[in-house]
Design a protein around this ligand. Structure first.
Ligand SMILES: C[S@@+](CC[C@H](N)C(=O)[O-])C[C@H]1O[C@@H](n2cnc3c(N)ncnc32)[C@H](O)[C@@H]1O
Length: 500
């Protein structure tokens, strides 16, 4: 088994350095506990290798590698929601989109290009699509493309599914999105409106991929939204990006950044345009004069006045670490509970249960259960990469979380990483030697590794422990999603020949 590793500042710095170089994501001093957990969980899940060897190997993996995908997904914060930052969407709906549309009609060129950079699970680009469908009545006759990009492959997968839990609609009045979504199960909705087809998703790394990029549709853009993304970057990268955005926008194109984004002088080459409670940047070369300031629309409450004035803030954004800020933004809103997720699951609404669990897991609590159950749900659906990601997230919160350690061993086994599966299950057994399933799963791994003697020894241990438990294997009293997996071990044990 891998020897215990002493986490030096130097070791953490090498992982932090990797995050900055590859994705521009920096850790501040206050973030070092998170950096340590991130490094630890990735290292724990890795093969039996030295720490420098692990960092070197991780650095050499490209972003498509499953291990790298899981690492990226746990590195980033994917907080988002529909119509997040009301005043900006008001400006877009009331002023910016109508102005662009009028301009295009005058030119006789019915074309519109929008980029949501760092789109997470897609709520932002889909919000734009809905606004376009409302503000441009003949939008079907136009050539409109909205591109959502991100580095997180799992967020993009969710985005393409276009299914969202209640949490994604916080602060949005039901009335204002009527007709766009189809309820699926108790607490999930599917974006069924044809404007969905305007939105496409792609992987794009803002830290390294060059701009403009006409081949990927990132040139001659009318609108770029890059909100709550550069808060993780350093100033040099943000400046470079601001220049890249300018190159990627057409003359007079619009840039929306989050209002916690760095100081306005970074966007000094743009013209700042003020709308009601929203500052938007405009590329030079505009042919149309500024559109009229916007009125408040589409908020929960009266429909005229925004009852959630901007995004409520209890601290200055500058006081906080960027990693915690996204969660803080919505700290006042009640998170769903595990019990609610259970209700959805019992009603066979797996997508709904999953959406609720994502909200709980992203809600910033310290309980690993939601992340663990998401790992279980993903594994049951054979989405092993995503399962690995959630398992890492659960281990980030509790590195000795026994069910997750076992599940992770099984995921490595399913994906054919046998030495890693063995190591993970040995860790699980070291942590909880009396869990029969861990021994049973290890016997499966040994069998796959063609170690029949070790496989048999582990199987015998599993049977003895199961007997000592009165034949009952450990079962979670949380969600029943645990049971199929446990059931698998139980069933196999039942079929095993009795011990002499
Ligand atoms: C807090 S979310 C913001 C989502 C959305 N823009 C909003 O404001 O609601 C930040 C997103 O930026 C993405 N991100 C971080 N670094 C990135 C990079 N180098 N390139 C592209 N996307 C990145 C993350 O994966 C995450 O989905």
């Amino acid at each position: 088994m891998k020897a215990a590793f002493t986490w030096t500042g130097e070791a953490l710095a090498s992982v932090a350095d990797l995050c900055v170089r590859r994705w521009g994501i920096r850790f501040r001093e206050g973030d070092s506990p998170r950096l340590r957990l991130l490094s630890e969980s990735a290292y724990l899940g890795s093969a039996d290798e030295s720490f420098p060897g692990f960092v070197a190997r991780l650095s050499s993996l490209d972003d498509d590698d499953p291990e790298m995908q899981a690492f990226i997904a746990q590195l980033v914060v994917g907080e988002t929601s529909f119509f997040r930052d009301q005043p900006q969407f008001n400006a877009l709906r009331e002023s910016v989109l109508p102005a662009i549309a009028a301009d295009r009609r005058r030119e006789g060129r019915l074309q519109l290009r929008v980029w949501s950079a760092g789109c997470a699970s897609g709520e932002e680009p889909y919000s734009v699509a809905m606004l376009i469908a409302e503000t441009i009545p003949d939008w079907r006759d136009w050539d409109i493309r909205i591109l959502g990009t991100d580095i997180n492959p799992f967020a993009l997968r969710r985005a393409r599914l276009a299914r969202f839990g209640d949490w994604s609609f916080r602060g949005v009045e039901d009335e204002s999105i009527r007709g766009y979504f189809l309820p699926v199960g108790a607490r999930t909705r599917y974006l069924q409106h044809p404007c969905r087809e305007l939105v496409k998703f792609d992987r794009h790394n803002l830290a390294t991929d060059s701009l403009p990029d006409p081949e990927r549709g990132l040139a001659g853009l009318d609108v770029i939204l890059c909100r709550n993304v550069t808060i993780y970057f350093d100033l040099a990268l943000t400046r470079r990006l601001a220049d890249g955005f300018l190159e990627a926008l057409g003359p007079g194109g619009w840039l929306f950044v989050g209002h916690a984004e760095p100081d306005p002088q970074v966007f000094g080459r743009f013209e700042p345009v003020e709308f009601k409670e929203a500052l938007v940047y405009r590329a030079p070369g505009n042919t149309v004069k500024h559109p009229a300031p916007s009125r408040d629309v589409r908020s929960a409450g009266s429909g005229r006045q925004s009852p959630t004035p901007s995004v409520p803030r209890r601290h200055s954004a500058k006081d906080q670490s960027p990693m915690s800020r996204a969660v803080e933004d919505h700290a006042e809103i009640r998170l769903p509970t595990l019990a609610e997720a259970r209700v959805a699951y019992d009603a066979h609404d797996h997508a709904g249960a999953s959406a609720l669990l994502v909200a709980i897991a992203n809600g910033g609590g310290s309980d690993p259960t939601a992340a663990h159950l998401l790992a279980q749900l993903s594994a049951d659906e054979k989405h092993y990469d995503e399962a690995l990601y959630w398992a890492f997230r659960a281990l980030l919160l509790d590195r000795f979380h026994s069910p997750t350690m076992m599940l992770m061993g099984l995921i490595w086994l399913e994906r054919g990483y046998l030495p890693r599966a063995r190591e993970q299950l040995q860790h699980a057994i070291f942590n909880n030697p009396r869990a029969p399933e861990a021994h049973f799963y290890l016997s499966m791994v040994h069998r796959a590794l063609e170690n029949p003697d070790q496989s048999e020894r582990s199987r015998e241990r599993a049977l003895r422990l199961a007997r000592a438990h009165g034949g009952n294997l450990l079962e979670s009293d949380l969600l029943p999603v645990e049971r199929p997996r446990i059931g698998l071990a139980k069933e196999a044990l039942a079929k095993s020949p009795p011990l002499e």
